[in-house]
Each structure stands twice: as structure tokens, then as C-alpha cells.
Design a protein around this ligand. Structure first.
Ligand code: RNT
Ligand code: ZN
Length: 444
């Protein structure tokens, strides 16, 4: 490349990337002012909506940064139905790289962020690595220090997969009591670590229990594993920890790789369990039948569980973990979440892992999409819709819903990006290219 070419490229990168190019900013501001009037005609205050959307925390999943590998020396070997496919260069290989990548990704994602860790990402000192049932908060000291310094609260997950004791397909529901007890100790340890995160950050860390247990083919006994899972969960959750430090959640699933015929922790199982225990239920958008979406479940479940954790993912044929996008499902779920008026009981998070594209872009695509969907939800003139409904003017309700789809939403989104201090539009892509060149491609 010629010298001039490279200089021009760099200059345009930084101007577009920063979003501070004056012409660009004033074009965005002009478009926003017009959009503001258009929304005001429906009684919507765009300024308030932008602020409210920026204020909702989005929990970003650490595992997109390294293909759910973790730091146990597994080197890309996963199991228990967790399978990242693809071979894009630049995977984070240790905690420092993962933290650096996450920080860079955060600079592209507007609004409040949290970071979601798994037990696999412990960084114990010394040679002998403690077993997964022996891990303690001290093994996450680097994460906690980073979290405090960067003001990024942490969430957590026990890891019931990619482990020899998960190889037979059953963990907490295992008929082998030694296996089951190991995983019960693991689950209990994860809660103590999450609670330490909560203490450190001054707000609860969500600890989400998902297990892969299930059967490839039709089981003859569906009940016994479910009884064992119920009892194991009871044991794990019996440890009393200050509620201001930890929020317990359980995650259901329809099927996984190797558990096509039967999943112990199915939707009905955890729906019942979370309701009985008054804990949070995790709804992962990739964990239901292909035409089944989660939006309608939100208001139903909120009546019976303490709250919801939503994992935004994207099911595609056999996979439940494609990068989340601004889909009808995501938009419907965010709208429904807001309409319930219970946003304080709902945690928004991302759960996918794609190793075939730039991993930082994967983070940014999902998180920006989710923030967009939250903004769109905040911009809805819900009172108008409800009013039409109350008056049984259903044509009016439907017509308004249709009109709202073509509002100048993009202009408000760009303004949100500026207010959130991140690049508007597609400007962030050049920054990703720069980071790929200078950091990711140097990793061998
Ligand atoms: C798996 C669940 C679970 C995991 C993460 C890594 O199907 O969705 O949430 O994806 O914990
Ligand atoms: Zn999930």
C-alpha cells in the first residue's frame, strides 16, 4: 500500500471511528431533532428514552472471546453440548488478553455493561490447579480487581461441561453419587464466588445454573434424573448467602448436541423449580422449539418467579448459539419486558459463541443489537396502544403498531451512540479492523 493510501485510511478511520467528525455529528444531531418531533407527536420523550436505554445493564458473556475454552488448558476442547465452530484468528488465550479484548469491545458498546464469567475462567496461582469443586473467590482475584477498577460488575456461572466428570452426559442428575456430589460441591462453590463478586461490586452477581444433562435417545426413565436434579439443586441452594450479593437463576433447554431426545432440565422442570423456590428463571432465546419465542413467556413467568434472566442468542437449525441480532424475537422480548413495568426484575444478557468471525465484532454486534432493541422498547408509546385496547379499538392498536415500525428510529439510535461515547452507525467496524491488525493477528 502506498504511503498516502495508508495515511488517508488511518485518518478516515480515526475520524469516523470516534464519531467526533464535526460534519458527522451535526448531521446526526439534525436528524435526531427531526426524529424527536416525530416521536413527540406520539407523546414520546426521546431524550428520556435514550437515557433509560443507556441505563439498563447488558451482561456481556466472556466466553465469546475465546470460544468457551477457559483457562484449564483445554485448548478449544469443549463438551457437554457446548460446541464453538469456526477458526477465525485471534482468540484470547489468557485472562489478560480476554480482559484487554473485552475492554476494547466495551468501547464500541453504548450504555451500562456487566461481564459474565464462567467457573472455567479461574486464574489460580501456583502449579497445582484446584479441582472445579475446590475453587474459591481468591482464584478470581484478578477478575475482581479488574471489575472494581473498570467499574464493570460481574455475573457468574458454574461450568458443568468440558470436564471428564461430565463425559457420561450427566452431572447434577447423575445416578453415580460420587459424580453427583462433585458437581454439587462445584455448584455450591460457584455461589460463594458469585457472592464474593457481589460483595466486591456492591450489587448482586447473577449466578446462573445450566447443566447439559440429557439423553441422545429415548430414555425409559425420565423421572429419576429429574428427582436427582431437584434434590441436587436443593442442596446447592441451601447455602445461605446475603441476597444483596447474589441472585440465583436456573436455565432451561429443549435439546442439545447429544441430548436430542431428553433434557433433564427442561422448560417445565425449571419453570416449576424457579416458581417453587422463588428464584430467577433464565430464558435463553435459543432453547425453545424453532417457532417458539420467549416474549409471551415474560409476563406469564413474572407472576410466579422472583425475576427473569434473559440470554439473547440465536437458534439456527441445530445450533442455539449464533450471534444475537436485532430480530423480531429480540425486539418483541424487549418490548414485552418494558410493558410489564418490571424491568428491575429482569436481567438482560448475551449468550452465544461464534468462532468463525472476529470475536470482538461478534460481541459488538450482539450487544449493540440488544441496546437497539431496548431503545426501541423505550420509544414505544405504550399508553396509546393500551388506550386503544381498552376502548376495544383493535384496528387502531394494530395500525399504530404498524406505523411505529417506520418511525425514524435510526436517528435516535445514532444519538444514543454519541451520548454513550461510542461510534455511531457502522463507524466502529474500522476500529475493529485496526485492533485485529495490531493485536489479534499477532497472536499465534
Ligand atoms: C447452554 C446454555 C448456557 C451456556 C453458557 C456458556 O446451552 O445456554 O447458558 O451457553 O453458560
Ligand atoms: Zn444460555
Amino acid at each position: 500500500m502506498s504511503k498516502t493510501g495508508s495515511v488517508t485510511k488511518t485518518a478516515s478511520r480515526s475520524a469516523r471511528g470516534s464519531g467526533r467528525d464535526e460534519g458527522r455529528v451535526s448531521r446526526i444531531t439534525d436528524a435526531y431533532e427531526k426524529a424527536k418531533d416525530a416521536y413527540a407527536a406520539f407523546g414520546v420523550d426521546t431524550g428520556k428514552a435514550v437515557k433509560a436505554a443507556l441505563d439498563l445493564p447488558v451482561s456481556v458473556q466472556c466466553w465469546q472471546g475465546d470460544d468457551v475454552t477457559g483457562f484449564e488448558g483445554a485448548d478449544g476442547i469443549t463438551g457437554g453440548g457446548i460446541l464453538a465452530t469456526g477458526n477465525y484468528p485471534g482468540r484470547a488465550r489468557n485472562g489478560d488478553e480476554l480482559r484487554a479484548d473485552a475492554e476494547f469491545a466495551f468501547s464500541l458498546i453504548p450504555g451500562k455493561k456487566r461481564f459474565n464469567l464462567h467457573m472455567l475462567y479461574a486464574e489460580p496461582e501456583g502449579k497445582a490447579r484446584p479441582g472445579r469443586d475446590e475453587l474459591e473467590p481468591e482464584h478470581f482475584k484478578k477478575w475482581m480487581d479488574w471489575s472494581k477498577k473498570k467499574k464493570i460488575p460481574l455475573d457468574f456461572n458454574p461450568s458443568f461441561f468440558s470436564h471428564p466428570l461430565a463425559a457420561r452426559g450427566y452431572t447434577l442428575a447423575s445416578a453415580d453419587s460420587a459424580v453427583r456430589k462433585f458437581w454439587i460441591r462445584h455448584g455450591a462453590a460457584s455461589r460463594r464466588i458469585a457472592s464474593a463478586f457481589g460483595e466486591n461490586q456492591g450489587s448482586p452477581a447473577v449466578n446462573d445454573i445450566w447443566i447439559p444433562d440429557g439423553s441422545k435417545d429415548m430414555p425409559a426413565d425420565r423421572l429419576s434424573p429429574r428427582k436427582r436434579l431437584r434434590d441436587a439443586l436443593d442442596e446447592i441452594l441451601s447455602g445461605s448467602l446475603p441476597p444483596k450479593t447474589i441472585t440465583d437463576a436456573v436455565e432451561c433447554k429443549l435439546f442439545g448436541i447429544g441430548s436430542e431426545a431428553y433434557v433433564v432440565g427442561s422448560h417445565e422442570f425449571y419453570m416449576g423449580y424457579a416458581a417453587a423456590k422463588r428464584i430467577k428463571l433464565c430464558l435463553d432465546t435459543g432453547h425453545f422449539h424453532p417457532t417458539e419465542t420467549i416474549a409471551d413467556k415474560i409476563s406469564a413467568m413474572l407472576l410466579f418467579v422472583s425475576g427473569l434472566l434473559i440470554h439473547f442468542s440465536r437458534g439456527l437449525r441445530w445450533d442455539s448459539d449464533h450471534v444475537a441480532v436485532f430480530s423480531d424475537e429480540m425486539r418483541d422480548a424487549c418490548r414485552e419486558a418494558r410493558r410489564t413495568g418490571a424491568l428491575d426484575r429482569i436481567d438482560f444478557s448475551l449468550d452465544y459463541f461464534d468462532a468463525s468471525i472476529n470475536r470482538i465484532a461478534a460481541w459488538a454486534i450482539g450487544a449493540r443489537s440488544l441496546r437497539k432493541a431496548l431503545l426501541e422498547a423505550m420509544l414505544e408509546p405504550t399508553a396509546l396502544l393500551v388506550d386503544a385496547e381498552k376502548k376495544e379499538k383493535y384496528h387502531r392498536r394494530l395500525a399504530l403498531m404498524e406505523e411505529l415500525k417506520t418511525m425514524p428510529f435510526g436517528a435516535v439510535w445514532d444519538k444514543l451512540c454519541l451520548d454513550g461515547g461510542v461510534p455511531p452507525g457502522a463507524d466502529w467496524l474500522d476500529l475493529v479492523d485496526g485492533y485485529e491488525e495490531s493485536v489479534l493477528l499477532k497472536r499465534k
